[in-house]
Design a protein around this ligand. Structure first.
Ligand code: DAH
Length: 368
């Protein structure tokens, strides 16, 4: 020890204090204590060596060594207290605070598509329509033939549809439910009620033995087509079909009902446009558009720069379709329309791409 200068002895105290302050745990701190103040510690050795120093050096070296020890002890003690306080704080943080409000289960919510559908059904209920459903897998005879599609109509081309067998298919629209709904209005004893859906459309008239009450239904449901996905088209999509059959129904009723529906859903300022169109199951037929809400009808991608968004088809029910439903077209007339629910939801919630509705991305869905 004799080789250490007074400065070097003082330096030992500073080193020990520095290492103590940097100790991250009680174990590390203990290692520092042993290294400097333990039996073979650096400071201990200096103190032990004092006796062998020449008498004239002893007082100064002794003073420096004692100061170093004091400095090391104080630093170690200070760090010990700090570490103890940190541990206590950690323990406290781990403890259960029973006064905190509980963490409830995360509650799911409606998909924007279902919100739209339910809103539409509410509006329909307010107008006196009953919601009914038809099967998603349908007889092609009801999907096409009973709806007055001529045998060679291009919409029946396989391009537009999926088939399960020649006779059975995922429905391409909710319109076949029109036939089912009309037939369900017949008396239990009337043969129309239990007609084989595959029978040709002119058969029921001869067989009806009752006077069916008016049909007033809406049919929500999923439909399937062989389509490429675009901003506004998908191969699986929802429609809402509306059918009213009773005496004296005219185009005025159709326009009034459609306008009421759309203004109730999209707002009282909504403009509704009818243009002549063709559907085999209605005569006359009209397509239905509303002013584009994305661009305030200035023209954008969504409305194909026209300012109008087409949301469905409509018309007065074709006599052949009334006949297929077992009604006498000389006694009653009907109005019908079908909306695409996705497009209404897109319009209402500002969803530019239809695919967003089917991606199941929680970041999107949580917004609703
Ligand atoms: N079924 C038609 C379609 O999917 C839409 C439609 C048009 C429904 C006219 C109707 C109607 O009820 O009257 O394109």
């Amino acid at each position: 020890m004799a080789e250490l200068s007074v400065e070097e002895i003082g330096g030992l105290g500073e080193q020990a204090a520095g290492e103590a302050a940097a100790a991250a745990s009680r174990q590390e701190l203990d290692q520092v204590r042993v290294a400097y103040l333990g039996r073979a510690g650096k400071i201990t050795e200096v103190l032990r060596g004092l006796g062998s120093l020449p008498a004239e050096l002893r007082p100064e070296a002794g003073k420096a060594a004692n100061q170093a020890r004091q400095m090391a002890e104080t630093a170690i003690e200070k760090r010990r207290e700090e570490l103890a306080a940190e541990e206590a704080a950690e323990r406290a943080a781990d403890q259960l605070d029973v006064t905190l409000p509980g963490r409830g289960p995360e509650v799911g919510h409606r998909h924007p598509l279902m919100t739209t559908l339910e809103d539409m059904l509410d509006i329909a209920a307010g107008l006196g329509y009953t919601a009914v459903q038809g099967p998603e897998v349908e007889w092609s005879a009801l999907n096409w033939t009973a709806l007055n599609y001529p045998p060679d109509h291009p919409a029946m081309d396989e391009q537009d549809s999926f088939y399960i067998t020649d006779e059975i298919m995922p429905r391409t629209h909710t319109s076949p439910a029109q036939i089912r709904a009309m037939r369900a209005m017949h008396d239990d004893s009337c043969p129309v009620r239990s007609l084989d859906p595959r029978c040709p459309p002119d058969e029921p008239l001869e067989k009806c033995t009752c006077t069916p009450a008016p049909t007033r239904v809406v049919v929500p449901g999923r439909t399937y087509r062989r389509e490429s996905v675009t901003l506004t088209h998908h191969d699986i999509f929802y429609q809402l079909e509306c059918l009213l059959v009773e005496e004296g129904i005219t185009l005025a009723h159709l326009k009034g009902t459609l306008g009421a529906f759309l203004r109730a859903y999209l707002g009282p300022e909504t403009k509704v446009r009818f243009r002549p169109d063709f559907f085999p199951f209605t005569e006359p037929s009209a397509d239905v558009s509303v002013n584009c809400l994305f661009c305030e009808a200035k023209g954008c991608r969504f409305c194909k720069h026209s300012g109008w968004v087409e949301i469905g088809g409509s018309g007065l029910v074709h006599p052949n379709v009334l006949t297929a439903g077992g009604y006498d077209p000389d006694r009653v007339s009907g109005l019908a329309f079908g909306f695409g629910i996705e497009r209404l939801a897109q319009h209402r919630f500002n969803i530019m791409h239809i695919r967003t509705l089917y991606d199941n991305d929680m970041r999107f869905l949580r917004q609703f």
